[in-house]
Design a protein around this ligand. Structure first.
Ligand code: UD1
Length: 423
């Protein structure tokens, strides 16, 4: 297993490009199952989760070619509409194959992604939505088995705003007979990205980026060539890196609109974000720390356009050194705080009361041996280590490799003293 060894205290400087979105790429790869022809997706980040999705698609007989950041997929060779436990347990987003398989092939067998279907991080909304489209669903031996001769368009009201359920239902509805309306749909940028791809494939879709999405189902969809958008969570993480280290970064391919909810809080906490226009007209921002320094803030995570839960841990790392008392309320995953004990090991003062973290910010994090506990928690550990005094060793960095492409190389190019070593 790899570790990161980071010596903190270097303000990051320079220019770096934001990579393609993981959370958009995953459903877009699954959407290739819906196409009659070949699908080409550009700007797909080289990440463990992307490899897991490709391995899953290949295990079903889909042919794929991945060169540079471009993936070409051909699902005409599919022979098995099944996602086995061994692959699904590595990545929850494997559930994204359920809707497309069912819609295109009339059958899908997909392992439950861990926990139970109605337990923590459940998939009940995916299943109920597919049932509303006419699927017959059974849970057997840890697998979801879904059947339908032809899905039928329907009106679906999601009880909770769910990115995953919205994506699965969008894909399924695109090949259903008739019109589907999804109410209380997710508005995340990756949902918009998926919807735009399905539109290009031939399904008229209205209301992307709003709570009500209407899909006109088609009898077939064509293969397309699409560009994936930049990752607003990686962009936000790099912006925090500039502010936490007191550096000065130029970030290119920066998805400014997608990042607004995070940037609003980052500015309140003492970040200065200056949009720049580069020669090629691409979006570029300059991020640094305000001369007045950092300030405590309070935030609550919520579905887009609220503050993203996927930026909560990184913002907490910053707030541990922002003078004053900050409150972070986790509104999506009540217990998403595995980074708290690790940040405490580095000297952070954080109290937890149910889903609220109370942070007493003060300068002076100290390097320590810590553990990466999940994807975004590990990003928080890297950020804290970049500003901590002395050396931090972060174990289990395979978590960070799920969602950040060669993050140590990007940070090193900006001046960070970071090395990947084998345990
Ligand atoms: C996606 C993102 C993840 C992000 C999360 C919330 C991907 C691959 N993952 O995860 O990075 O942290 O959105 O923005 O894009 N829920 C139910 N029943 C369901 C489904 C969800 O009750 O069937 C609840 C969940 O427990 C949670 C909330 O809905 O409280 C939001 O979850 P959801 O948006 O579905 O998250 P994911 O799609 O799994």
């Amino acid at each position: 297993m790899d570790q990161f060894v980071i010596v903190g205290g270097v303000p990051l400087r320079g220019e770096i490009e934001v990579g393609g979105s993981k959370n958009a790429a995953l459903p877009m790869l699954a959407a290739a199952l819906l196409a009659d022809g070949c699908t080409t997706i550009r700007n797909v980040p080289r990440l463990r989760d992307v490899q897991s999705m490709l391995a899953l698609l290949e295990s079903m007989g889909v042919q794929s070619r991945y060169s540079g950041h471009t993936v070409v997929l051909d699902s005409s060779t599919l022979r098995l509409a099944e996602a086995p436990y061994e692959l699904v347990r590595k990545m929850r987003a494997s559930i994204y194959v359920l809707g497309p398989l069912l819609a295109r092939f009339g059958y899908a067998r997909v392992s439950l992604p861990g926990g139970c279907a109605w337990g923590p991080r459940p998939i009940d909304l995916h299943l109920r939505g597919l049932e509303a489209l006419g699927a017959r669903i059974a849970l057997r031996h840890g697998y979801v088995e879904a059947r339908a001769e032809r899905l039928r368009g329907s009106r679906i009201v999601l009880d909770v705003v769910s990115v995953g359920a919205t994506a699965n239902l969008l894909m399924a509805a695109s090949l259903a007979a008739g019109t589907t309306v999804i109410e209380n749909a997710a508005r995340e940028p990756h949902i918009v990205a998926l919807g735009e791809m399905l539109r290009a494939m031939g399904a008229p879709i209205d209301g992307l980026g709003t709570h009500t999405i209407t899909i006109e189902g088609q009898s077939s969809l064509r293969g397309v060539e699409v560009n994936n958008r930049p990752d607003y969570i990686e962009a936000g993480t790099l912006a925090v890196a500039a502010v936490i280290t007191g550096g000065d970064l130029h970030l290119t391919s920066f998805p400014l609109e997608d990042c607004r909810p995070s940037l609003a809080v980052l500015e309140e906490a003492g970040g200065v974000i200056e949009p720049l226009k580069s020669a090629a007209g691409e979006s570029k921002v300059r991020v640094r720390r305000a001369a007045a320094g950092l300030r405590a803030v309070s935030l609550t995570t919520a579905p887009h356009p609220g503050f993203p839960t996927d930026m909560q841990a990184q913002m907490m790392a910053l707030l541990t050194i922002a003078p004053g008392t900050s409150l972070i309320t986790e509104g999506i995953y009540a217990d998403r705080f595995s980074h708290v004990p690790e940040l405490r090991r580095m000297g952070a003062e954080i109290a937890l009361r149910s889903n609220v973290a109370v942070i007493q910010g003060r300068p002076g994090l100290a390097g320590a041996p810590v553990m990466a506990t999940d994807l975004r928690a590990s990003a928080a550990m890297v950020l804290a280590a970049l500003v901590a005094e002395g050396e931090t060793r972060i174990r289990r960095v395979y978590h960070i490799d799920r969602g950040y492409e060669a993050i140590e190389k990007k940070l090193a190019r900006l001046g960070a003293r970071i090395q990947r070593v084998q345990e």
